[in-house]
Write a protein that binds this ligand. Structure first.
Ligand code: UGA
Length: 515
């Protein structure tokens, strides 16, 4: 099939390379001529695993690039619209890019063409798009409009596209259903997975993929409702984490217990500094806004967004309370991206936190394995020192904050880290480490929804610890015993500090801000 994908941003580019990988002839279109020139040279404009490989594999062959949507659409059987739908006024999705593309391509729709809405849009957009195309010169009967939402995640976008849990085909007519089933036949039949050069599948793939055929409106709702549900799950678990912290329970244990009920599921129950990115914050707001416009109030979603905002503020407040003041304190921030394995800093909780810290007078030194240049662009006037090395960021700091769950951070040499920091104080906003192991390594360790632990001895045990991850409490205890020192795990559990650990008088719950 000949497919055009309009919009070569995250969703558009990943869709284009993956559709080419599935065997289709693809033209990826973007109005940004520099981006198209870079793609034509084989350069990926996004930081995403496997995209460079697929660009190399198909670029100039099954996959071509263009800045001329009309010519590409004229030649195509299927046209995916994957342009941006940013947040507009009142939280509503701004559909102006979709409208502009529709107006441009409408006059050339005079052979059977399927227009597919791939961007995340509010319910009823397909209907509106159909009308818009007709009003701008498209010939009735020569085109159809369908919805085919995308569920890929940044960081694993290519495998998510090629090995999806489900493919939703939102079609209101036979032509749309048939064409979309043809597009995805290589995945639905399992033919793609039998290829020797197929992108390897994660464990969950069953060898073929489930196609879920719905109406266009249902498909649009599935996308918004799914993202809003996942965001709700995160805000819910973050709220439970607050309670766990108050009473001295452990959110990891709570999640293990909750998540083993298949009706709840264990995914998206990671407590932390909250969700970010280009999707959840905007989609929660847009879903709430479209529901309100349709006469359905969903206060739950306003609460989800509020809890999420509050989570970052509470985290900074915890740091401030522990240090007494942020003014003049040197803070090392590890992580700037909104999540691991991406350089994307849009709506990143880490970015909000470092901004808040500097506003309150802290001297922030930040490191991220991939997102430093994006952070510099996003924060041109914020006084942050960036380092290419996490240990450099930690040198001489009063406290170290972990804000993104990069696996590189989990593998840090704790002994080295400890020796560089002015005070061995860690606030882990992503629960990357095991509290007992951090206490055993000599740190005062605060995380989210878990008891804060303070090391009995200020320095490392004589045996030293190469890394916290994979170093179990039992092994630490055994090694410590061998070295003739008190078992650090026991020492750590004895030094459990109250969750409002502070050198100052603890406040009453009702006195605390942001509760
Ligand atoms: C999200 C959805 O997961 C995708 O299914 C969807 O296709 C995509 O939005 C989209 O609409 O385009 P993405 O934003 O790339 O994907 O990243 P996620 O892995 O969902 O993470 C979102 C945020 O939630 C991150 O800040 C992450 O750190 C946070 N998160 C995630 C948690 O705080 N806890 C969790 O348990 C999981």
């Amino acid at each position: 099939m000949l497919i055009t994908v309009i919009g070569s941003g995250y969703v558009g580019l990943v869709s284009a390379v993956c559709l080419a990988e599935m065997g289709h002839q693809v033209i990826a279109v973007d109005s940004d001529k520099e981006k198209i020139a870079a793609l034509t040279r084989g350069e990926a404009p996004i930081y995403e695993s496997l995209v460079p490989e697929l660009l190399r594999r198909h670029g100039g062959k099954r996959l071509r690039f263009s800045s001329f949507p009309k010519a590409a659409v004229t030649a195509s059987d299927v046209v995916f619209l994957a342009v941006g739908t940013p947040q507009g006024g009142n939280g509503e999705a701004d559909l102006s890019q979709i409208e502009a593309v529709a107006k441009e391509i409408a006059p050339v729709l005079h052979r059977s063409t399927l227009i597919v809405e791939k961007s995340t849009v509010p319910v009823c957009t397909c209907e509106a798009l159909r009308e818009l195309l007709l009003h701008n010169g498209a010939q009735a009967g020569w085109f159809s409009v369908a919805s085919n939402p995308e569920f890929l995640r940044e960081g694993s976008a290519v495998t998510d596209f090629l090995h999806p849990d489900r493919i939703v085909i939102g079609a209101d007519d036979e032509f749309s259903r048939f064409m979309l089933q043809e597009v995805y036949r290589p995945l639905a039949s399992g033919a793609y997975y039998r290829r020797e050069d197929a992108v390897p599948c994660p464990a969950r793939n069953q060898g073929r993929v489930r196609l879920l055929v719905t109406s266009a409106k249902s498909a649009e709702l599935i996308k918004h409702a799914s993202n809003a549900f996942l965001a709700t799950k995160i805000s819910y678990i973050n709220t439970v984490a607050r309670l766990a912290e108050e009473v001295g329970a452990n959110i990891d244990e709570v999640c293990a217990g909750m998540g083993s009920d298949p009706r709840i599921g264990s995914e998206f129950l990671r407590a932390g500094v909250g969700y970010g990115g280009s999707c959840f914050p905007k989609d929660v707001a847009a879903f709430e806004a479209v529901a309100r416009r349709c006469g359905v109030d969903i206060p739950l979603l306003r609460e989800v967004a509020r809890v999420n905002e509050e989570q970052r503020i509470r985290f900074v407040e915890k740091v401030r309370r522990t240090l007494g003041t942020l003014r003049g304190r040197r803070i090392a921030a590890l992580g700037l991206a909104f999540k691991e394995d991406t350089d994307d800093v849009r709506e990143s909780p880490a970015i909000a936190i470092v901004c808040d810290l500097t506003r309150q007078g802290a001297l922030v030194c930040a490191h991220d394995p991939a997102a430093i240049s994006r952070a510099r662009e996003a924060l041109p006037n914020v006084p942050i020192t960036y380092t290419q090395d996490p240990y450099e960021a930690a040198r001489g700091c009063d406290a170290l904050l972990i804000l993104t769950a990069w696996r590189q951070f989990a593998g840090l040499d704790l002994q080295k880290l400890h020796s560089l920091m002015k005070a061995p104080l860690i606030f882990d906003g992503r629960n990357l480490f095991v509290p007992e192991e951090m206490a055993a390594a000599g740190f005062v360790y605060h995380s989210v929804g878990r008891p804060s632990l303070r090391a009995e001895r200020p320095a490392m045990t004589p045996i030293g610890l190469p890394s916290a991850m994979g170093y179990t409490v039992a092994r630490i205890a055994a090694a410590a015993e061998q070295a003739g020192v008190e078992a650090p795990a026991r020492a750590a559990s004895q030094s459990r500090v109250p969750n409002d650990y502070s050198p100052r008088t603890p406040q009453r719950a009702t006195d605390r801000p942001h509760q």
